[in-house]
Design a protein around this ligand. Sequence first.
Ligand SMILES: C[S@@+](CC[C@H](N)C(=O)[O-])C[C@H]1O[C@@H](n2cnc3c(N)ncnc32)[C@H](O)[C@@H]1O
Length: 504
Amino acid sequence: MVMLSEAKTYQAYYTRSAPIVDYMVNMLSLKPADRIFEPCAGDGVFVDALLNLYPDSEIDVCELNTQSVKELLTKFSAYPNVHIRECDTLLDEDLNLNSCFGGIYDKIIANPPYGAWQDYSKRTVLKKIYPDLYIKESYALFLYRSIELLKEDGILSFIIPDTFLNLHTHKALREHILSKTQIIELALFPSSFFPGVNFGYANLSIITLRKKSAPNECMNNTFPVIKGFNNVNQLYNIHKQELSITTYKQGDIFHNPDHAFYISDNNNLLYLINHAETRIGDIAECVTGFYSGDDKQYLRVSSPDLRNGKNYEVISADYINNDYSKIPNVLNGIEGKKCFIPIVKGGNAKYIKPENWYMNWSSEAVYHYKTDKKARFQNPRYYFRFGIGVPMISSSSISASLIEKKLFDQSIVGVFPKDESITYYLLAFFNSPTCNKLIRTINPSANNPANYIKKIPFIIPEKSILNYISEKTIGIIDSIKTSNSYDENTEFEIWEIIKNIYKI
Ligand SMILES: C[S@@+](CC[C@H](N)C(=O)[O-])C[C@H]1O[C@@H](n2cnc3c(N)ncnc32)[C@H](O)[C@@H]1O
């Protein structure tokens, strides 16, 4: 029995799903003489399944939680071949030794803790052992550790979030996987398939791989990526069901920017992402915006009825400064009573956002922003410039709106084209399904930080088309400003043109 607080500390989410357990055990191609490792056993669900197949298998089991270890010892007391230890798999000295000598296990199976909290002293030690890895993400450390513990040709199967496939922070882990192992199969499915879990930030994956020391054997390896699951039972019969199965060559992925796994059935799209001559980062500056350090104190709202606005003071028109852009040295603040200026915040509005939020921009407040530890007076040379705001988090499709010489906050990536004349075309592109396909292949999570936006391939069409789309987009913006709506047919027309430009 695991208490809620323990679940947080140990990330003790047990694999109570027969299809997942059976699929993973099956992927190991077990043999009776295999030496097996379960690095974070919990209540031993994988050990049960392994023993069901071969009751005499030699299985080493590690677990950090004292109570779970006690229960494991009782549960498997009839099995002298199951060796249970209370230890920290990431730091354990015996395991250090075994990985130094090239690994000792034929098979490893795990559902490691995801994002488990590590105290600061432990983080320092982990940073020494795993210098290239993102140590805040425990699953990445478990996976790396386990690859080191496999013998040559040993196989592991792990169920983990799919964030290692694309996030910049996992670049070193990807390099390790691609150059030290052969991926046997990668299955991708919604996190809701895992009982009791449904994290919005990513999907789940089961990766099965074989350790291989010869780099060319790794690079020449091909493996299937299986997607399109409708329910977890499809894991029972993977190749027969109507799933999306695409084969990738490991060397191709290794040569992708940042070794990222771009997964798509659309070959034109993959080609474009990997070989684009021009990307958003080449034609525009992409920067994160401002944070006051204490929005409750410094931020005001236009109406108490505004979404997420009820915790903020409502502003009176007397305090709003509409001529701030004409003030010399406005980056040092504004003197006098009219010292509140509009700020563009996140949220999924397309093309243009109504002015609803105002920031205190008095000289005293600006001094605070520049000196306070929590405040972020970052990228100020982009404040009050003409550009585009892309929300850092998009619940559905990526969206973008104009920044009309305003301040923008840190929930937005400000995109400022080097050539201002393409701003409206770029705005139309960011709001198109074509751009959404590209960004979601580059980073499937709902996040759009600047580094991923910079990677989006960008194609500038011929001038007449650029002008046509710009005019139509300005028309949409005018219509939103005057009537708070726009003709969706115009938008569809723009989307079709952009689709034809990108051919994806
Ligand atoms: C997500 S649960 C999975 C348990 C089990 N393998 C399953 O699939 O049901 C992760 C387990 O790892 C254990 N754990 C967390 N950090 C650990 C560490 N550093 N070393 C060993 N075990 C750890 C937790 O106590 C928890 O039981």
